[in-house]
Design a protein around this ligand. Structure first.
Ligand SMILES: C[S@@+](CC[C@H](N)C(=O)[O-])C[C@H]1O[C@@H](n2cnc3c(N)ncnc32)[C@H](O)[C@@H]1O
Length: 269
């Protein structure tokens, strides 16, 4: 059999097209920023990511698609300076607010997207570049090349393993099929094809969501799932009514779910 060379970027794109969770626009992420700031979940992700990173005081860091700063904030005391970039103004407002509240002075934000010309947006070069849980792009190869180009020493990226943060039981309860899209193994193969032999770590995130009431839970999952029909919303409501139980004055689902994240990092040669 001929030794066919697989184009991993093409395979990745093909798998993305099958995703039940489609690429979202800026208005979705602006809306999501409210959840990010309120954080109706607890997670060990940032702590574990920082352990893998072993940050150095002398580093300048680019945190691409930073959100409200799940990594920027905890990383800021351990490095020299962070430039945090996101295309959602609401996400950046959330991050700026937290920096002000916590007296963090080594973080600056830039409103820009993956697709922009990073030079003309003043993004520049950094010792270390991070792209955490945000490889929501049309062309993965282009995104990796861009990240690599902005880094002098190291690049850290992370992405989903299997279903990622999506709760399959909830999808099934509303009558939808979950196709989460290509997970880290596609990304890892693409890196290999680019001659990047990345270190790989899997973070086990015991993330638990908790809500002040059923309405908050409904709005949270509704936003996660995208637009719901009236029937789907009814089924989601029934499911939550059956599975939400009180805990420490709030409401949580009555089962545990593990989210795994793959962190891949490499040194520039
Ligand atoms: C799941 S959040 C991840 C945030 C953060 N990096 C973390 O690990 O928690 C994805 C982020 O990517 C941003 N994003 C999505 N598409 C983008 C694009 N085309 N350009 C820049 N940022 C984008 C969203 O606004 C959101 O803040």
């Amino acid at each position: 059999m001929a030794n066919a060379v697989i184009d991993w970027n093409k395979v990745w794109k093909k798998e993305c097209a099958k995703r039940s969770v489609k690429k979202r626009d800026v208005s979705f992420w602006n809306e999501k920023a409210r959840n990010f700031s309120r954080k109706p979940w607890e997670s060990n992700y940032a702590e574990d990511f920082l352990k893998i990173m072993e940050p150095r005081r002398c580093w300048t860091v680019l945190d691409m698609a930073c959100g409200t700063g799940a990594l920027t904030i905890p990383l800021s005391p351990y490095v020299r300076r962070i430039t945090a970039v996101d295309f959602s103004p609401r996400m950046l407002e959330g991050l700026d607010e937290q920096c002000r509240a916590q007296g963090i002075e080594n973080v600056r934000t830039i409103n820009a997207s993956w697709e922009d010309d990073w030079n003309s947006r003043g993004i520049g070069e950094y010792d270390v570049v991070i792209a955490s849980r945000c490889l929501v792009v049309d062309d993965l190869r282009k995104a990796v090349v861009k990240l690599n180009g902005a880094a002098r020493e190291r690049v850290y990226i992370s992405t989903i393993v299997g279903d990622g943060p999506h709760d399959r039981m909830i999808y099934e309860a509303v009558g939808r099929r979950l196709t989460p899209g290509p997970d880290y193994i596609y990304t890892y193969n693409l890196l290999h094809q680019l001659g990047i032999y990345a270190n790989l770590f899997i973070i086990k995130d015991m993330r638990t969501e908790s809500f002040h009431g059923g309405d908050e839970a409904l709005a949270y999952y509704e936003h996660f799932l995208g637009d719901l029909t009236r029937d789907e919303k009814q089924r989601l409501g029934d499911y939550l009514q059956k599975h939400l139980v009180p805990k420490n004055g709030k409401w949580v689902l009555d089962y545990k779910r593990m989210t795994r994240w793959a962190v891949m990092w490499w040194e520039k040669e």
